[in-house]
Design a protein around this ligand. Structure first.
Ligand SMILES: NC(=O)c1ccc[n+]([C@@H]2O[C@H](COP(=O)([O-])OP(=O)(O)OC[C@H]3O[C@@H](n4cnc5c(N)ncnc54)[C@H](OP(=O)(O)O)[C@@H]3O)[C@@H](O)[C@H]2O)c1
Length: 361
């Protein structure tokens, strides 16, 4: 046997093989497999740590280097972003504008969208911007939509999927960021959640994601170019007690997104599910960013730096490290238990706050 190992070790291994040819062979095979496993994970860990501490940090205004074929205005000059007035969606708008995209901004509040539109124009005075106020929970006009018509007293054009589709059909969409989501106000047992919020979560976090994709896919497929970024959540990876509907909806997003990605792979369209851990936004109620709960700016810079590499990404390096640890060292049962414990304690704090505020009134 030729080996570069220590001679005593090599002799010992050879002796075992000579004495027990079958068992010795199995032991050597196991050693080789374990060695490959350890080597693979060492390389993965090294790559994550290098991205965190050695390689240059993702910069919001830097042009995307990863795959110009996918995230380039040559593939469609418009970026459509849902939930664009705040948090992660607002950052996508600003950073995609810096990469020369024109921007279609969608969320409920026109006032907040107008502010983002001004910010976009400051970053890129050449960018065209469309502001489209739209409430996905009240939307109507899509085939099979929950609301067949607008609410009484509301103009037929408001929250109308046909109006949204007409706006999208007029522009060449290079990127859709399916970012909008509705979450539980705070962790709550399933049977105590209101029917209306359960329906809102399904309407927005499940149905609206697919409806948006079905609006842009025909033109992307016809042009054989385009990217759909679906913003997922760790709640879609770890079944999350007390956030059961949100967690289930994000699990749907994770599966549907990757299944769709495979369907359109090879047709020029890239679909990516982005596994998001905590980010300091209104939704997470985290005010002070930390290494594990970054600002939307740092988070989105990482997403845009990595987009195109995978159909299921965890692009922000500290999140990727956490993801790697969970995948390799923490059982699913333990992840579910820890998540339930965290949500239970968040619920206790939220209830205590509500009680304090009620007392003060
Ligand atoms: N932050 C986190 O820690 C975290 C973790 C995991 C996953 N995520 C995911 O990241 C995405 C963005 O979340 P975020 O943290 O950036 O939230 P955010 O700061 O609360 O922003 C939510 C955005 O969605 C819009 N919006 C809310 N309800 C809407 C509706 N019914 N119709 C249209 N627009 C609506 C809001 O604007 P208006 O008020 O103007 O409508 C706002 O622009 C979500 O998909 C979320 O699930 C976030």
């Amino acid at each position: 046997m030729t080996t570069h190992a220590h001679p005593d070790f090599a002799v010992a291994v050879q002796a075992v093989i000579d004495r027990y040819p079958l068992r010795g062979g199995i032991i050597v095979l196991l050693c080789v497999v374990s060695g490959c496993y350890i080597l693979y994970h060492s390389v993965v860990l090294f790559a994550i740590l290098a991205r965190m501490f050695v390689l240059p940090k993702a910069r919001p205004n830097k042009t995307v280097q990863v795959d110009k074929r996918r995230l380039s205005i040559a593939n469609g000059s418009w970026a459509v972003i849902t939930g664009a007035s705040d948090g992660i969606g607002r950052e996508f708008a600003l950073q995609l504008a810096a990469k020369a995209f024109n921007i279609l901004l969608i969320s409920r509040s026109k006032g907040k969208l107008d502010v983002v539109a001004d910010e976009v124009r400051k970053i890129n005075p050449n960018a065209e911007v469309i502001v489209l106020p739209f409430d996905f929970t009240k939307a109507h006009g899509a085939p099979g939509a929950r609301n067949p018509a607008p609410e009484p007293g509301v103009p037929a054009s408001a929250n109308n999927y046909e109006v949204l589709k007409a706006a999208i059909d007029k522009i060449d969409v290079g990127v859709l960021v399916n970012n909008v989501a509705v979450n539980h106000a705070f962790p709550v047992p399933f049977m105590e959640e209101s029917e209306s919020l359960i329906e809102d979560i399904v309407e927005v976090d499940v149905l609206a994601q697919m409806r948006m994709a079905r609006m842009v896919l025909p033109q992307m497929l016809a042009r054989k170019a385009g990217t759909i970024i679906n913003i997922g959540s760790m709640a879609g990876k770890v079944p999350s007690a007390l956030l059961s509907v949100y967690s289930g909806s994000k699990a749907f997003l994770r599966f549907w997104s990757q299944a769709l990605a495979l369907e359109v792979r090879g047709k020029g369209v890239h679909v990516e599910h982005v596994n998001t851990y905590f980010v300091a936004t209104n939704m997470s109620k985290i005010r002070k960013p930390t290494m594990l709960s970054p600002t939307p700016k740092d988070y989105v810079a990482s997403v845009l730096q990595e987009v195109g590499n995978s159909i299921n990404s965890t692009p922000y390096p500290p999140h990727r490290l956490l993801n790697w640890v969970l995948d390799n060292f923490v059982s699913e049962k333990e992840q579910i238990t820890q998540s339930a414990g965290m949500h239970h304690s968040i619920r206790q704090r939220a209830l205590a706050k509500i009680a304090r505020e009620a007392k003060q009134q």
